[in-house]
Structure formats: structure tokens, C-alpha cells
Design a protein around this ligand. Structure first.
Ligand code: PGA
Length: 247
């Protein structure tokens, strides 16, 4: 039985006081006792203080693949671990596009993260042009092959895959139920083919892209959907609470 996972990807939003207030509200026992695993991904500058508050588990939105050294502005996996930040998003489309992250860089980051004992939320997703050309399955398979290159089954056991079609992120246009089920089933079979049936059955595959309080319950009940990665709708307590409760 796979435990549902809900991630709040706050991206570059919320000032310090707003972020602190929202984190405190979300860490109330009624939500943290949910059956799902709920992880907050705030701006990295808030992580160490939030970790001291001992509320919900925390994740970073990115990391760098080297361990230490002259990499101005970067954050290492070991530094995240040292403040009890146990999750990290890797390969979000905003990083791939805005920050020009290649599959190769994504792969180096995944390797570093899992080998530092971080839980990785590996993001993949196709553009509208790729979907319209009917190349979405092949495209996602390549992102998986390249992103997980040189990793073995054991190293992927703490990995979660987030399928986030780029055209659905922040647009209000979520993918249809059949599009989501097709892709999640495909990702699961691709993991079975490349690694093992047992990994394909245990790995969590979550959906992201305009998930909100109105559509979450339906999306989360789809076959092969183990939760969601929520952007815009995670920035307000009421909407995120409804999403959690819709599980
Ligand atoms: P959205 O973002 O929920 O605002 O579409 C999701 C994400 O980018 O993870």
C-alpha cells in the first residue's frame, strides 16, 4: 500500500512573516496527523528556522550536485541534511527551462541527493508542443532514463516521481483524468521495465499542474496517482487544507 504524498511547492513566493504564519497553521496537529505524508517546500532561506519549529517535514526546491566548495549561491545536499531538511525537488520544469537545467545536470543532482540520503521528488513533464505532436510518452520515458541514469533500484526507493505537464502548471488547465491515468500507468510500467516490478509497485507517482481544492479529490482517486505536488493552491491555508482533507 503506497502512502499518499502531498507536497506544497511555494516556489519564490511568500515574505518571511507570511511564510512563517502559513507554516505554523499547516503544522497544526489536525493536519500533520493526516494519513498522507505532507511536505512543505518553502524558499531555502526559511528552511533552517522552520526545521527548528519541528512542524511538518521540509524539502528544498533545488540543490547543487557538488558536496562543498566554490559554488557561490549554491546549496549542497549535505547542508540540507545538516538542518534536518529531508526532501528535495529535482528537475522541476521551471528549473529546466528558466535555469537551463539539462537532463545531465538533473541526473547529477538526483545521484548526489539519493546518495546523501535525501528523499527526492523527481519532476518530469512535457510541453504542449510535445503533447500535440503525440510524443509525450516517449518524451517522459527519456526524462526518466536520463534522470535515473547510473542509479540502481535501491537508490530509487526513496524517490517520488511527480508528473507535471508544463502546460498545466499555473495555468488553471489541469490534465484530463484519462491523460493523467495514461501517463501514470506508463511511468509505472517504464520503472518496471528498467528496474523491477517491485519498485514499480512501491514507488509513488504524484500529479502536479493546477491541482486545487475543486479537482484534487478526483485526481487523487485516479489509478496510479499517489498524491500531488501543489503550487498556487498551497499558498493559502484554506485551499491547501481542503486539498489535504480531500484525500
Ligand atoms: P501549480 O504548480 O499547482 O501552481 O500549477 C505546480 C508545480 O509547479 O509544482
Amino acid at each position: 500500500m503506497r502512502k499518499k504524498f502531498i507536497g506544497a511547492n511555494w516556489k519564490m513566493n511568500l515574505l518571511y512573516d507570511e511564510a512563517k504564519k502559513l507554516f505554523a497553521e499547516l503544522s497544526k496537529p489536525s493536519l500533520s496527523a493526516s494519513d498522507a505524508e505532507i511536505v512543505i517546500f518553502p524558499s531555502s532561506i526559511y528552511l533552517s528556522e522552520f526545521a527548528r519549529l519541528k512542524g511538518l517535514p521540509l524539502g528544498a526546491q533545488d540543490l547543487y550536485f557538488d558536496d562543498s566548495g566554490a559554488f557561490t549561491g549554491a546549496i549542497a545536499a549535505r547542508q540540507l541534511k545538516s538542518i534536518s531538511c529531508d526532501f528535495v525537488l529535482i528537475g522541476h520544469s521551471e528549473r529546466r527551462i528558466t535555469f537551463s537545467e539539462t537532463d545531465e545536470v538533473v541526473n547529477l543532482k538526483v545521484k548526489r541527493a539519493v546518495r546523501t540520503d535525501l528523499n527526492v521528488v523527481f519532476c518530469c513533464g512535457e510541453s504542449l508542443a510535445v503533447r500535440e505532436a503525440d510524443k509525450h510518452l516517449e518524451y517522459i520515458e527519456n526524462q526518466l532514463i536520463n534522470g535515473f541514469k547510473d542509479l540502481d533500484e535501491t537508490e530509487l526507493k526513496n524517490c517520488i516521481i511527480a508528473y507535471e505537464p508544463i502546460w498545466a502548471i499555473g495555468t488553471g488547465l489541469n490534465a484530463s483524468n484519462s491523460e493523467i491515468e495514461e501517463m501514470h500507468g506508463f511511468i509505472r510500467s517504464s520503472i518496471a521495465k528498467r528496474f523491477s516490478t517491485s519498485l514499480s509497485q512501491s514507488i509513488r507517482i504524484i500529479y502536479g499542474g493546477s491541482c486545487n481544492q475543486d479537482n484534487a479529490s478526483e485526481i487523487f482517486s485516479l489509478k496510479d496517482v499517489d498524491g500531488g505536488l501543489i503550487g498556487g493552491a498551497s499558498l493559502e491555508f484554506e485551499s491547501f487544507e481542503k486539498i489535504i482533507k480531500s484525500l
